[in-house]
Ligand binder design. Structure first.
Ligand code: GDP
Length: 365
């Protein structure tokens, strides 16, 4: 499964946030594909559509879909030179599919800031520079190797050299690899480099508990937003401390507490949804009397592979899928009415599943 790594300098609130994630999170036991590891938190993806579907079919249970956050603590300045536990942390980042970069936007004189003062932009740049330096090393090694291969005269190596060199130039001017525009072929040439700065990023601005309701007043948040805007990244503003309090509550208590804070959704829920999107994940549903359930697939997944997420038999024995779009189903009021209106489609093995599709698979066993 795809994972999002939580990174950031020490004392910015990563552990507090990660604790909120595990506290609010799902038991891995309910999601067999999830890892059982103290550094991994399983989160359920909040999705209002589940309840709407459930109201239609009255199932025995509702099962949201889930994915994982990984806590990558301990990244410090100098990591790319092996300082702290540098290389180890960088290798952990290499394994994740997206990065949630936590930055401190709260003042608290009792909590030391590693650089002596709260300065989110400098924090972001410190971490990003470590990732860039690590990538630069990877890229330089590859260039040397490709240079040797160039002698073979194969066109593939020529192209590879050119692409890697473009990335090197970007890194040298302290820009992440993801800022380099690449087409699909070029991308596949450098995929095996597993560059850290190629991974999609979102920023998590951690504000003081006093700021949760009107964080737009917080000047640090403004700066982070400007910075992120520049690279087309999203910013999620939260108070990790408040999130850890919300995470202890459930149902009505949680709603009441959120109301008191003037929020309609917890910051954690916003973070979960943003990370899900960042990973390029979408949701399809199955809706039966047993259960109404959400399933995660990567955008672009075809029907048989989407069925395979439920069970490998569904993929191998795939015949067809009955599909109705969520909006169509809701507008029709029921599965039968959707069928009468001709909104229930039969789709074959080349059908690309869309977010919100309600699916029923036909398969051979
Ligand atoms: P990490 O080193 O990034 O994992 O940071 P921690 O989560 O351990 O947080 C460092 C310190 O900052 C702890 O004492 C937290 O209680 C405190 N902290 C985290 N978030 C907030 C916040 O939103 N407001 C305040 N005042 N303190 C916070």
């Amino acid at each position: 499964p795809l994972t999002t790594g939580i990174v950031g300098l020490p004392n910015v609130g990563k552990s507090t946030l990660f604790n909120a994630i595990t506290q609010a999170g799902a038991e891995s036991a309910n999601y067999p594909f999830c890892t059982i590891d103290p550094n991994v938190g399983v989160v359920e993806v909040p999705d209002e559509r589940l309840q709407v579907l459930a109201d239609m079919v009255n199932p025995n249970r509702i099962v949201p879909t889930a994915f994982e956050f990984v806590d990558i603590a301990g990244l410090v300045k100098g990591a790319s030179r092996g300082e702290g536990l540098g290389n180890k942390f960088l290798s952990h980042i290499r394994e994740v599919d997206a990065i949630a970069h936590v930055v401190r936007c709260f003042e608290d004189e009792n909590i030391t800031h590693v650089a002596g003062q709260v300065d989110p932009i400098s924090d972001i740049e410190t971490i990003n520079l470590e990732l860039i330096l690590a990538d630069l090393e990877t890229v330089e090694k590859r260039l040397e190797r490709t240079k040797k291969n160039l002698k073979s005269g194969e066109k593939k190596f020529q192209l590879e050299y050119e692409v890697v060199e473009r990335i090197q130039k970007a890194l040298e001017s302290e820009k992440p690899a993801r800022s380099v525009e690449l087409d699909e072929d070029e991308r596949s040439l450098i995929k095996d480099l597993h560059l850290l700065t190629m991974k999609p990023v979102l920023y998590v601005a951690n504000v003081s508990e006093d700021d949760v309701s009107n964080f737009d007043q917080n000047p640090y948040v403004q700066k982070v937003k400007e910075y992120a805007n520049h690279e087309g990244a999203e910013v999620i503003v939260i108070s990790a401390k408040v999130e850890s309090e919300i995470a202890e509550l459930e149902g009505e208590d949680k709603q009441l507490f959120l109301q008191e804070l003037g929020l309609n959704q917890s910051g954690l829920d916003r973070l979960i949804q943003a990370a899900y999107k960042l990973l390029g994940l979408i949701t399809y549903f199955t809706a039966g009397v047993q259960e109404v359930r959400a399933w995660t697939i990567k955008k672009g997944t075809k029907a048989p592979q989407a069925a395979g997420v439920i069970h490998s038999d569904f993929e191998w024995g795939f015949i067809r899928a009955e599909v109705v779009g969520y909006e169509d189903l809701v507008a029709s009021g029921s599965m039968n009415q959707a069928k009468e209106k001709g909104l229930l489609r039969l789709e074959g093995k080349d059908y690309v599943v869309k977010d919100g599709d309600v699916m029923h698979f036909r398969f051979n066993v």
